[in-house]
Write a protein that binds this ligand. Structure first.
Ligand code: KG4
Ligand code: ZN
Length: 341
């Protein structure tokens, strides 16, 4: 089965072709264009600009994904795909609409099956792409950990691939914490990768930032206090006593420790056979390192996608469509910015 995936939930316009054969999922193409450079000066995404850029890029990006996979061009008959999978939420409404309406039109004119995909499922099921799990089967049930710019969620992925939510953040998401603190420190956007890079040369114990809610036996997170703590230190001029590298390493350590502690709590409460990470923050090497070490004690395998498949891309959307199978048609599918699991 060959699937064209389309992802336009935020500032990335992406199209991919995936092939599934006897349980092996291969990426034939995965093209990503981003309007990120237009948002860096403002320190965050401007929805109207993101949507306009989506409209500009969507057709060329789909064409490129099909050309790379099949040497296809628009003057030919419909491409040799079996289905079109598209993100229908959550995300920015203007951006989502571009992908959803394009997918509906293509499904109608090419007479192809249409599959609606939840963006958060995409982050989890990126792990099922064969180059991410070395073709090893991911043992289920699994604890799913989605850490992105908008979500910090602990989930149970059952044997039938259905998903139960255990809990999530009360306020800022992990990626949002990186981004907001990065803005306070005058770094670029998104700040996660920049803080992570600077942290490599810093001392993670230089400043002890709070790890909120880690002593409570709940699945809830709270990251807004960390941002306030950085702000308070900067107001008192205390931050000036530390190098930027030390501040970044200490901030990253607080976020990573909080995530690891909550994962450990979830493992005490639930019998699972593996842990599956997903979302932009799962590209963070300190998180991967500390979580791997903590899981060794439980003898549980940890899965995480290749860094470019952690952040938003269409290959993960096509992969999720294989497991979630939300079949729809062009008359029914509508974008849903508030979609949850
Ligand atoms: O999953 P994603 O691409 O978009 C959403 O669905 O939100 O995640 C983007 C988030 C941003 O907040 C970014 O700062 C963070 O992922 N991020 C990282 C790293 N790479 C991306 N955070 C920490 N370390 C990284 N290496
Ligand atoms: Zn995402």
């Amino acid at each position: 089965m060959k699937i064209l995936g389309i992802e336009t939930s935020c500032d990335e316009t992406s199209a991919a072709v995936l092939e599934e054969k006897n349980g092996v999922i291969t990426v034939l193409s995965n093209i990503v264009a981003s309007s990120l450079s237009l948002h860096t000066q403002t320190g965050g995404i401007i929805p109207e600009i993101a949507a306009r850029e989506q409209a500009k890029y969507i057709i060329p990006i789909i064409e490129e994904a099909l050309r790379k996979a099949f040497d296809w061009n628009p003057s030919m008959t419909p491409p040799p795909i079996d289905a079109i999978a598209v993100t229908f939420g959550p995300g920015l409404i203007g951006s989502l609409l571009v992908g959803v309406e394009t997918a509906k039109t293509l499904s109608y004119v090419w007479n192809k099956q249409l599959l609606g995909v939840n963006h958060m499922h995409g982050h989890l099921f990126a792990n099922w792409i064969s180059e991410n799990n070395n073709k090893k089967e991911i043992p289920l049930p699994a604890l799913g950990v989605v850490v992105s710019g908008n979500h910090t969620d602990l989930l149970l992925i059952q044997k039938d691939y259905s998903i139960n939510v255990l809990g999530g953040t009360r306020d800022d998401a992990a990626g949002e914490a990186f981004d907001k603190i990065g803005r306070l420190l005058g770094l670029g956007y998104p700040a996660g990768p920049i803080i992570s890079k600077l942290a490599e040369k810093g001392n993670p114990k230089a400043i002890h930032f709070p790890r909120p809610m880690t002593d409570t036996k709940t699945y809830e997170f709270s990251f807004s206090g960390l941002k306030t703590s950085v702000l308070n230190l900067s107001k008192k001029d205390t931050l000036k006593n530390y190098s930027l590298e030390d501040i970044c390493a200490s901030v990253q350590e607080a976020i990573v420790d909080t995530l690891v502690k909550k994962v450990m709590f979830a493992l005490e409460e639930n019998q699972v056979k593996s842990v599956v990470l997903g979302g932009g923050v799962s590209a963070n090497s300190r998180l991967r390192e500390k979580l791997s070490k903590a899981l060794a004690m439980y003898m549980l395998p940890l899965f995480f996608p290749r860094p470019d498949l952690c952040t938003d891309n269409a290959a993960m959307i096509a992969a999720a469509s294989i497991y979630t199978k939300i079949e729809t048609n062009w008359k029914e599918l509508t974008a849903n910015p508030e979609l949850y699991y």
